[in-house]
Design a protein around this ligand. Structure first.
Ligand SMILES: Cc1ncc(COP(=O)(O)O)c(C=O)c1O
Length: 382
C-alpha cells in the first residue's frame, strides 16, 4: 500500500506529556507544566447530576446539540457579551478540535489558504493541511507583546493573499490578548479583503485584565469556535461549540451529522450545568493568577527578569536563550534530570521557536512551586 504525502508536525507538548507519563509509570514524580489542562475540577454540581442521568439510556442528540444547551449558550452570549445569538446558529461539537474540522470544511473551497499566527496553537496548521487546505503564517513579535494587529493582517495579505484567518485571543502559547479596538480593526480589514475570520475564543473568561469581546460584538459574518475545556475545566468531557453565520449553518450541520452524528449526550448535559456556575470558574481563574505570579517570581530568580506577565489563558512564553540554543533539548533535560515537564517553543513556531519555552500555570499551586524551586536550583547551580 502506498503512503499518502501528508506531512504532519509532531505535537511536541503531547509527546513530552507521553514521555512524562511513561516516567511516571516507572515511579518517577513528574511536575506537569507542559499541558494546557486545568488543575482544578469542574463544578461539583456536574457529578451529582450525571449520576441520575446515567440511570437513563444514553441516546444520540440532534446533530446541532440539545436544544436546552443551545438555549443556555444563547443566554450566556446575551449576559456575557450583550449579543443576540439565535440558538439555531450553534453547533455543539466534540471540543473545539472537532469544531475546527466542521468550520473549515463548511466554509472553504479545496486549496483555500488560511492564515494563522506564528507563534500559535500547533494543531491549526496540522488540521488545515490534513483537510487539504494551505496554511500561511503571520509572524508576531515579542516587542509587540505577541499581539496580532490589523496592520499585520494587511501586510501579510499583501505578501500572500489568503481566504481565511484563524487566531485565538487570549492566545496559546503567549497569553496575549487583542484589545477591543484592535479586534474591531482586524474585523474591518477582513471585511475589506474578503477574508473569513474564524475566531477561536476558547480562552475567553481567562483574562487577567479587561474581559475579551467576542468577534460577534462586531460582525455576524465570523465563525466563532469555543469549548468547555479551559475556563470550565472540562477537557476530558470533549465538548465545545461553534457559532456559524447564517449562510454556513446548514452545511455545518450536515457535516456534523455525517462526521460525528452528535456530541456526547452526557457531556452536553454536563455543559448545561457548567454554564450555570461561572462563579466556580472564576475561582479557578483566581488560582491561575496566583500561579502566574509565583511562576514569574521563580523566573526572576533564574535570572530571567524581563518577563511580561501573560494577559490571559494560562501560559507564559519565555525566552530561555540565556540557558540554551535549543529548547527541545533543554525540555528533555528538564524532564529527565529534575522531572519538570515543559513545552519547547518549536511546537508553536517552527522558524523562531527554538529559544522559547511555554510554561503552563494551569496546574496545582503546590506543583508549580516545587517545579519552579527545582528549576531555580538546577539552573543556578555553580
Ligand atoms: C488555542 C486552542 N484552541 C483549541 C484547543 C483545543 O481544545 P479542545 O479540543 O479541548 O476544545 C486548544 C487546546 O489546547 C487551544 O490551546
Amino acid at each position: 500500500m502506498k503512503n499518502n504525502s501528508l506531512k504532519l508536525n509532531p505535537f511536541l507538548a503531547l509527546e513530552i506529556f507521553a514521555k512524562a507519563t511513561e516516567l511516571e509509570a516507572q515511579g518517577k514524580k513528574i511536575y506537569h507544566l507542559e499541558v494546557g489542562e486545568p488543575g482544578g475540577e469542574p463544578t461539583k454540581k456536574i457529578a451529582k447530576a450525571l449520576n441520575s442521568y446515567l440511570k437513563h439510556p444514553q441516546k444520540y442528540t440532534s446533530a446541532k446539540g440539545l436544544i436546552e444547551l443551545r438555549e443556555a449558550l444563547s443566554i450566556h452570549y446575551q449576559k456575557k457579551y450583550g449579543v443576540e445569538v439565535n440558538k439555531e446558529n450553534f453547533i455543539v461539537t466534540m471540543g473545539s478540535s472537532a469544531g475546527f474540522n466542521i468550520a473549515l470544511l463548511s466554509a472553504f473551497e479545496k486549496n483555500a489558504t488560511i492564515a494563522v499566527t506564528s507563534p500559535g496553537y500547533p494543531a491549526y496548521i496540522n488540521i488545515i493541511n490534513s483537510l487539504g487546505f494551505k496554511a500561511t503564517e503571520i509572524p508576531l513579535t515579542e516587542q509587540n507583546y505577541w499581539q496580532l494587529s490589523a496592520k499585520d493582517v494587511a501586510q501579510a495579505y499583501k505578501k500572500q493573499p489568503f481566504d481565511g484567518l484563524l487566531f485565538a485571543s487570549p492566545a496559546n502559547p503567549t497569553g496575549a490578548c487583542i484589545s477591543e479596538n484592535e479586534l474591531e480593526k482586524i474585523i474591518l480589514v477582513c471585511k475589506k479583503l474578503n477574508i473569513l475570520l474564524i475566531s477561536d475564543e476558547i480562552y475567553h473568561g481567562l483574562e487577567y485584565g479587561t474581559p475579551s469581546k467576542s468577534a460577534l460584538n462586531f460582525t455576524n459574518d465570523a465563525i466563532v469556535v469555543n469549548s468547555f475545556s479551559k475556563y470550565f475545566c472540562m477537557t476530558g468531557y470533549r465538548i465545545g461549540w461553534l457559532i456559524m453565520p447564517k449562510n454556513l449553518v446548514k452545511k455545518a450541520e450536515m457535516l456534523q451529522q455525517n462526521m460525528y452524528i452528535s456530541a456526547p449526550t452526557l457531556s452536553q448535559k454536563a455543559a448545561i450545568i457548567a454554564l450555570d456556575d461561572l462563579e466556580h470558574c472564576d475561582l479557578q481563574k483566581a488560582q491561575y493568577l496566583r500561579n502566574r505570579d509565583i511562576l514569574i517570581m521563580g523566573l526572576n530568580e533564574m535570572g530571567l527578569r524581563a518577563i511580561k506577565p501573560a494577559q490571559g489563558a494560562f501560559y507564559i512564553y519565555v525566552d530561555f536563550s540565556a540557558f540554551t540554543n535549543d529548547t527541545l533539548v533543554f525540555c528533555k533535560e528538564m524532564l529527565f534530570d529534575i522531572g519538570v515537564a515543559l513545552t519547547p517553543g518549536e511546537d508553536f513556531d517552527r522558524a523562531n521557536g527554538k529559544k522559547y519555552v511555554r510554561i503552563s500555570f494551569a496546574g496545582k499551586q503546590s506543583d508549580i512551586e516545587i517545579a519552579i524551586k527545582k528549576m531555580v536550583e538546577y539552573l543556578t547551580r555553580p
